[in-house]
Design a protein around this ligand. Structure first.
Ligand code: NOJ
Length: 577
């Protein structure tokens, strides 16, 4: 009896101790699956076509899940697969509870989810609710009459009040976010294309519709959401005239869009009504304001909003690393990490379906350096603090296709801007030259599986041209080569999974002013890892003393190392003992 009481007392004491230690851990060290995960982004249209119509689909993804599993990743973020007329490749949704015909059926979806979960892969879906498609039932109703019950699901401006105050649009031919609709003699708002009318979040009924959609998918068993254009959802419905300096530049107007009056109230409401009921779901908003402080607001745990901040400063910095330089680039990551050292959580990414290929922007895609610099960039993404979001095809070192002709582009962004410039008699050649480097189409070309026709992506004509370099850059060839970009990526993922210091460890930037080398340490519980990355095509010295006897290289992209110097695009991960 006495022994029992003693044992009980001991257990209580021990439990309290563990709990109090837990309570003392800063938020950034609290364990969460989504902090430890490597997220692999699949662009479904371009991943694998199973039925020979030239468009990737869900059955195609299912057929490649063993490949996805073999990468070692934990979760897949899938771009939108909902019913859509595809004005913006699925970012214009006509029915939030149906699957796009091109991609398959709800049965296919259920099988895909089950097969992912069977392999221990989680599924993150895209939630696109800043706008819908103009073919969505809500909008079809809304535009019928001014007293339709869906009228206030969108933003309307009655024409008798005159022209609405100017708002800039990302994809409109004339960059004008207001479109006149004769049926009710009113203008509607579209920050993106005219087929993507903005939803009115100031209407509580609309918000309830969104929450119901979220529950529908979460109840199906998905593991979270990436929230499209989320920083734009809240608007000042009076649409005041904007100061001249804002109206005149797109960059300034985007800044204005970020500051919607009730943005964070709505996210908190969503958290209360939906997310708090699914505590394991991962949530990441696309865009996170224009500063580390603004980004923190989305993910500060005390505010009860979202999990991961996905900010754009590190990709919006310029067209190519050569233009903005490594010192500036390093300072952006360091500035954000500094703010997030103790709480909140960031994502780390260099590419996605809206960006050119990672190697073409931050690396060097000439034959001499493409593989080396791809490996170096992957090393960066997999060793930084923050959840890696890794874009499909980058693990092969796929690069920009650089279309010559406007006919090759399918993207509403490029096509509409082209028409806009043409209408104004602008310089179309200059525009096309820029698109070669920065168009989103560069990262949307079909996945390069093998050397068969169309890179093994489809047996039909692919919806977007396949990069002709698939004969040399493809997954099948790289499977066989132990030194391939693909197999190097796998080693990196494995290392991150084995080494908590790479997930939770403190980040410290070294040799800050070095124009070619990005060097940092990651430290946790006495373990210290040094990462050295040469972002240039030259040998690059660095100013860091490494105790050679007390260090061990864990992974790198060169077989032979040199002392105190990094070779072109060299990456080294070193354990310091
Ligand atoms: C961001 C998405 O990533 C992009 O592809 C899309 O065009 C816009 N939001 C509009 O939904």
């Amino acid at each position: 009896m006495k022994n029992n009481i003693l044992t009980m007392a001991f257990i209580l004491l021990a439990t309290n101790l563990v709990n109090s230690q837990k309570a003392e851990l800063p938020d950034a060290l609290q364990k969460k699956w989504w902090k430890e995960a490597v997220v692999y982004q699949i662009y479904p249209r371009s991943f694998k076509d199973s039925n020979g119509d030239g468009v990737g689909d869900l059955k195609g993804i299912i057929s490649k899940l063993d490949y996805v599993k073999s990468l070692g990743v934990d979760a897949v973020w899938l771009n939108p697969i909902y019913a859509s007329p595809n004005d913006d490749n699925g970012y214009d949704i006509s029915n939030y509870r149906e699957i796009m015909k091109d991609f398959g059926t709800m049965e296919d979806f259920d099988v895909m989810l089950k097969e992912m979960h069977k392999r221990g892969i989680k599924l993150i879906m895209d939630l696109v609710v800043n706008h819908s498609s103009d073919e969505n039932k809500w909008f079809q109703e809304s535009r019928k009459s001014r007293d339709n019950k869906y009228r206030d699901y969108y933003h309307w401006w009655p024409a008798e009040k005159g022209k609405p105050p100017y708002r800039w649009s990302f994809f409109d031919v004339n960059s004008n976010a207001w479109k006149f609709d004769a049926q009710t003699n009113s203008y509607y708002l579209h920050y993106f294309s005219e087929k993507q009318p903005d939803l009115n979040w100031e209407n509580p009924k609309l918000r309830q519709e969104v929450y119901a959609i979220m529950k529908f998918w979460l109840d199906k068993g998905i593991d979270g959401f990436r929230m499209d254009a989320f920083q734009f959802i809240s608007k000042d419905n009076t649409f005041p005239d904007l100061p001249k300096e804002i109206v005149n530049t797109p960059a300034a107007i985007i800044k204005y869009y970020l500051n919607g009056p009730h943005l964070h109230d709505y996210i908190q409401e969503m958290n209360k009504e939906v997310l708090s009921k699914y505590p394991n779901a991962m949530t990441v908003a696309e865009g996170a304001g224009d500063s580390p402080e603004a980004a923190m607001k989305f993910v500060d745990p005390d505010r009860k909003e979202l999990n991961i901040a996905y900010h754009f400063e590190s990709v919006d910095v310029g067209k190519h690393l050569k233009d903005f330089g490594l010192v500036k680039y390093k300072s952006i990551f360091s500035k954000y990490d500094d703010k997030f050292e103790d709480k909140g959580w960031l994502s780390i990414f260099l590419a996605n379906h809206d960006q050119p290929r990672m190697v073409s922007k931050f690396g060097n895609d000439t034959p001499q350096f493409r593989e080396l610099s791809s490996k170096m960039l992957s090393t960066f993404v997999l060793t930084m603090r923050g959840t890696p979001f890794y874009y499909n095809g980058d693990e092969l070192g796929m690069d920009n296709i650089r279309f010559d002709s406007i006919e090759d582009y399918q993207d509403v962004d490029t096509r509409n801007k082209y028409i806009g410039i043409k209408n104004k008699g602008g310089d179309l050649n200059a525009f096309l030259a820029i698109q070669k480097q920065s168009s989103r189409e560069n990262s949307r070309t079909p996945f390069q599986w093998n050397t068969e026709k169309n890179a093994g992506f489809t047996t039909a004509k692919p919806w977007l041209k396949v990069n002709p370099n698939y004969k040399t850059i493809n997954a099948e060839a790289q499977e066989k080569d132990p030194n391939s970009v693909l197999n190097y990526f796998r080693k990196l993922v494995k290392l991150r999974k084995q080494e908590p210091a790479l997930v939770y460890g403190k980040y410290t930037l070294l040799d800050k002013e070095n124009p070619n080398v990005f060097a940092y340490t990651r430290e946790l519980n006495g373990k210290k890892i040094l990462v050295l990355l040469n972002f240039s095509e030259k040998n690059a010295p660095y100013n860091i003393k490494i105790p050679i006897a007390k260090s061990k290289i864990i992974l790198g992209n060169y077989k032979i190392k040199k002392i105190n110097i990094l070779q072109p695009y060299e990456a080294q991960i070193i354990e310091l003992k």
